[in-house]
Ligand binder design. Sequence first.
Ligand code: HEC
Ligand code: HEC
Length: 315
Amino acid sequence: MMRWVNRLTQNGKFHPMWIVLAVVSVLIVASVVLIPSLHEGNKEAAYDPPVHTTPPHPAAANLPEPDAGQADAAPIAPATQPASFTPPAESAMPSGELGDTIKLGRNIFVNTQVYAKGLVGSGLNCVNCHLDAGRKADSAPLWAAYVMFPAYRDKNHKVNSFEDRLAGCFRFSMNGTAPEYNSKEMIALTSYSYWLAKGAPTGVELAGRGYPKLAKPPLAADVQRGASVYQANCALCHGPNGLGTQVNGSYAFPPLWGKDSYNAGAGMHSAKNAAAFIRVNMPLGKGNSLSVQQAWDVAAFVNSHERPVDPRAKQ
Ligand code: HEC
Ligand code: HEC
């Protein structure tokens, strides 16, 4: 080795400094490869086990609880089965009348602005918060929800049917009006959810339901820090002012606040839901890249802005 080095050095083709450079480069590459994977290992530890409590949102001090689906599942803890479930492939959708209804449900879910136009008061589609057409685990997937109803909810202090739960997201997340329970929209959304849950056990909380509970941040969430996180990681798509990005009159990137966003009674308006959703799913395609602290900070920043009022506050 040394002889080889000497020879190269004498040839004038080589300088011993190159070895130092080579070692440094190897170290840099190793740290780029290894540090994120170490980080990966820590990720599990960042999540608390699910605890069924809902911290009150400061802005909602005098209001009933925000629309937190997971937190209010039931006073009797459901059976928890850390099983993974895969909904049927899109191509396996049945044909015939039921198939058409399932397909309509999917269309309403993915393009609510077109297929349930009159019922929606925001610029959002259901899929904006329930990613991959309601299939993605850790993004409140429909298959995991469907098998958990009927359920008691603290939000309205009664046993809710699945239709009641859909109605909740229409009213708060979509800032709109719930479809009639025997309407084609309600039957279609229920049929689509039922079909996605095909083969899943009933009454079992499946892994991937809701948004994963995020560990508390090391420091109290801070709107100022959140503003920097926002500018660096979110503004590109959601716009520098958070109002989303429109293409031909519909949102390619949904608004995070303002008149076209979810209202103040929505689940996303609770810090814990927003932080958990953002941490796992945003920036789109780069989930889990923000730190726990950044997720809470940016969630606080997003929810510090003006948006439509909680419809319960008007009454
Ligand atoms: C690459 C573009 C992109 C980036 C960057 C991005 N988002 Fe999103 N975001 C989206 C899209 C697209 C959706 C809707 C997803 C869908 O419909 O499948 C979305 C949905 C959302 C939603 C739910 C819908 C709504 O309007 O409230 C929130 C909240 C959100 N993003 C927050 C953030 C935050 C916070 C960041 C920065 C940490 C961020 N996003 C970065 C593209 C992006
Ligand atoms: C602004 C974001 C947002 C939009 C838009 C939205 N939702 Fe939701 N949805 C939520 C949140 C937040 C929860 C509660 C998740 C949790 O607690 O883990 C939820 C919960 C649900 C649940 C219950 C999930 C469960 O496991 O119990 C269903 C079903 C649902 N939404 C359907 C819909 C439908 C249908 C639409 C469109 C009409 C819609 N959502 C639009 C944010 C949204």
